[in-house]
Design a protein around this ligand. Structure first.
Ligand code: TA6
Length: 317
């Protein structure tokens, strides 16, 4: 079991323990009782709780926590591929690898850590990875929990002097919702999207907020910096802020698809919604020595008013 230092600083608010597979997991907490848990398996955020201890991320009751498959739920790091359109496993290999804690990460700007509990993780390619994907990179992830319970994930991909390479990236985020038929998404109105259920046909969203009555799998391209997911029944709004992530993937498998999915209950589509901050429509290309940064900022607001009534500027959006 990890230890708590006497002084409250970001290292003090960290506890490192092992899960039942013997894989390290990092527990972050803040002084108001909010917490987050990150597994070194996949660099996956497996829990994010508010100061009342309510779990804000979805995890399937049928999830299998067994290396190398990613646990069904939480926030998964999809890199260097998204979807099954390339030569790698679906969503790439990063979520199936064991990461390490990065004790001396290259500095990030202060807003990343001021008054926050945070941990830095690092993934470098193994020889086996390089056979699959012959590029030399360092993938870093900082997960930080703010005093108000907001969760920020900052990913950095650096090309370590290999030839230029291109990749896709997504924070594959399973939000916990009360009842998908009571949920709406605001901020994506009138945008163009690729419909992944219709061979990525390019369509345009109508003017209203998005509600759910059937399977949905869409990549909204060039989406705004902020998207909101309003859960009326729970009186909760998730505000999703993005930097360096031009696309937003919205996915709910609905009833029929759920019955075909591994590690997922037949009815679980009712209590989850994936809204992924992503860079997946167009690959990101890095020359030797170049670095890309993608940042996801999640906040859970006790409200279900319509989007523009929320005091978002107080959240820095
Ligand atoms: O979220 C978009 C998506 O690519 C869907 O098409 C669906 O295949 C899902 O991801 C699969 O995610 P999973 O967590 O099962 O790997």
């Amino acid at each position: 079991m990890g230890h708590y230092a006497a002084v409250w600083d970001h290292k003090a608010a960290i506890e490192i323990s092992k899960d039942w597979n013997g894989i390290d997991q990092v527990f972050l907490r803040n002084s108001r009782g909010a917490s987050a848990k990150i597994s070194l398996h996949g660099g996956q955020v497996v829990s994010w709780r508010n100061d009342q201890g309510e779990e804000l991320l979805f995890t399937s009751n049928k999830a299998i926590f067994k290396h190398p498959k990613a646990m069904r739920g939480g926030i998964q790091i999809c890199y260097p591929q998204f979807g099954d359109c390339g030569l790698l496993d679906q969503h790439g290999f990063a979520r199936n690898k064991i990461w390490v804690i990065d004790e001396n990460p290259p500095p990030l700007n202060s807003k990343e850590s001021l008054g926050k509990s945070f941990v830095d993780l690092l993934l470098k390619p193994s020889e086996e990875d390089s056979k699959q994907w012959p590029h030399s990179f360092e993938l870093r992830l900082r997960v930080s929990l703010a005093i108000d319970g907001d969760l920020t994930l900052t990913s950095r991909v650096r090309n370590i002097n290999s030839k230029p390479f291109s990749f896709l990236f997504a924070f594959h985020t399973y939000l916990s919702v009360s009842d998908i038929s009571e949920v709406r998404v605001e901020g994506l109105e009138t945008l163009d999207y690729l419909d992944n259920l219709r061979k990525r046909e390019l369509l345009t969203e109508q003017g209203d907020s998005i509600t759910f009555e059937s399977e949905m799998d869409r990549t909204y391209i060039r989406s705004p910096k902020v998207v909101a997911v309003l859960d009326h029944e729970r009186k909760r709004t998730y505000v999703i802020g993005k930097e360096g992530l031009p696309d937003t993937v919205v996915w709910n498998p609905w009833e029929k698809k759920s019955k075909t999915m591994a590690n997922f209950g037949d009815d679980e589509y009712k209590s989850m919604l994936c809204v992924d901050g992503a860079a997946v429509e167009r690959p990101i290309t890095l020359k030797p020595g170049e670095e890309w940064t993608g940042r996801l900022m999640l906040t859970a607001v006790k409200s279900s008013f319509c989007f523009d009534q929320l005091e978002l500027q107080s959240k820095g959006f």
